[in-house]
Design a protein around this ligand. Structure first.
Ligand code: MTE
Length: 344
């Protein structure tokens, strides 16, 4: 056996045997028709805790999608250094992280983004910076990313649908990006926007679209500047796959996954609190803050526990959900004095 010094490993290179075996069980579970036994989708404009895993096995195996990223980006991502934010838990296998997705622009089934985003064009890519900042304008992806050294962070991801994963992301702190544009004292919030391109994104063409596109998300400026808020440009040491939000997305591990907006084309500094897409579609079910909170149920299901993927019929892998997804030490102070039952 080849033995590397521990610091020569990237954490994502290590796939414990138990995880490998779980992965096989998961895929077999899906193949046995697990999906068919679960409830069908609950209809429009509703994330769904029980959505079936559709044909997941179809997408496993060698996946070439991130080769759509330009060479300079793939090289930059491959040079990422480990950071101090490394969840001490096994990472969810690559083939699950990249085939069990929510990216409604490419369809509402979990397998749709991997299938429909495989040709998604993310080069060239522009990001517009607007609003209450000294520096605004349109920037090439390369100019957006150039000054930032990339690092690997292994974060838990908790979806509002009550499943969770552990993902080795590559990226850099959101605060470092935002500060470059010198937000003014009027910048109290930041809004993010996903690409609007119905030609490429079938979900945006649908007459029964679940959401009012473009997908938008927002943060209070102090949340955006928190150490944990991360801009993801890759995962598992590869450039970000399209279905996971290429070429750049947010990663906000203490909030429900829908806050982690994908494929960002616009960042706007605002004086007022923006309304995010899920909040607009159903404000009773999805709040602006969306902090992971086991004590506040979703109107249609409990948030007290979660299914850690991979799961199977015989191994549901259910575990208690932690307040702020276990990141309270870093973020609880942001919400001191707030009633998180009202500000959900
Ligand atoms: N961003 C956009 N633009 N469109 C989406 O549908 N889904 C969100 C979030 N970001 C979504 C999005 C939800 S509900 C979740 S749980 C996460 O992306 C899932 O990220 P993943 O597919 O990389 O696991």
């Amino acid at each position: 056996m080849l033995i590397k010094k521990p610091d020569a490993f990237k954490p994502s290179e290590i796939t414990p045997e138990a995880v490998y075996l779980q992965r096989r069980t998961f895929i077999q579970g899906a193949g046995l028709g697990l999906g068919a036994m679960l409830l069908p989708g609950m209809g429009m404009a509703a994330l769904d805790a029980n959505q079936p895993i559709k044909d997941i096995a179809r997408y496993t195996g060698d996946w070439q999608g991130s080769t759509l990223a330009p060479d300079w980006l793939r090289q930059k991502v491959s040079q990422a250094r480990p950071s101090r934010h490394l969840a001490q838990e096994p990472s969810t296998p690559w083939d699950i992280v990249t085939t069990y997705n929510n990216f409604y622009e490419f369809g509402t089934d979990k397998g749709d983004p991997a299938e429909h985003a495989s040709d998604f064009k993310t080069d060239p890519w522009q990001v517009e910076i607007a609003g209450q900042a000294e520096i605004t304008g349109s920037f090439n992806l390369e100019d957006i990313l150039k000054p930032h050294d990339l690092e690997e962070r292994i974060y838990r991801l908790r979806c509002v649908e009550a499943w969770s994963m552990v993902v080795p992301w590559v990226g850099f702190p959101l605060a470092d990006l935002l500060k470059r544009f010198k937000p003014t004292s009027k910048a109290k919030y930041v809004r993010f926007e996903t690409l609007f391109d119905p030609k490429q994104m079938p979900g945006q063409r649908s007459r029964f679209a679940a959401l009012d596109y473009p997908y938008r998300e927002g943060l209070r400026i102090d949340e955006a500047m928190n150490e944990l808020a991360f801009v993801g440009v890759g995962l598992y040491g590869n450039a970000m796959p399209p279905q996971n939000g290429a070429p750049l997305r947010l990663v906000l591990p203490w909030k429900y996954g829908f806050k982690s907006i994908k494929s960002i084309v616009k960042i706007e500094f605002l004086e007022y609190r923006p309304v995010s897409s899920w909040e607009r579609s159903n404000p009773k079910e999805y709040g602006f803050y969306a902090n992971v909170n086991p004590q506040v149920s979703h109107p249609r299901w409990s948030q007290a526990s979660e299914r850690r993927l991979p799961t199977s019929l015989f191994s549901p892998n259910r575990r208690p959900t932690l307040m702020f997804n276990g990141y309270g030490d870093e973020v609880a102070h942001l919400y001191a004095g707030m009633n998180l039952r009202n500000d959900y």
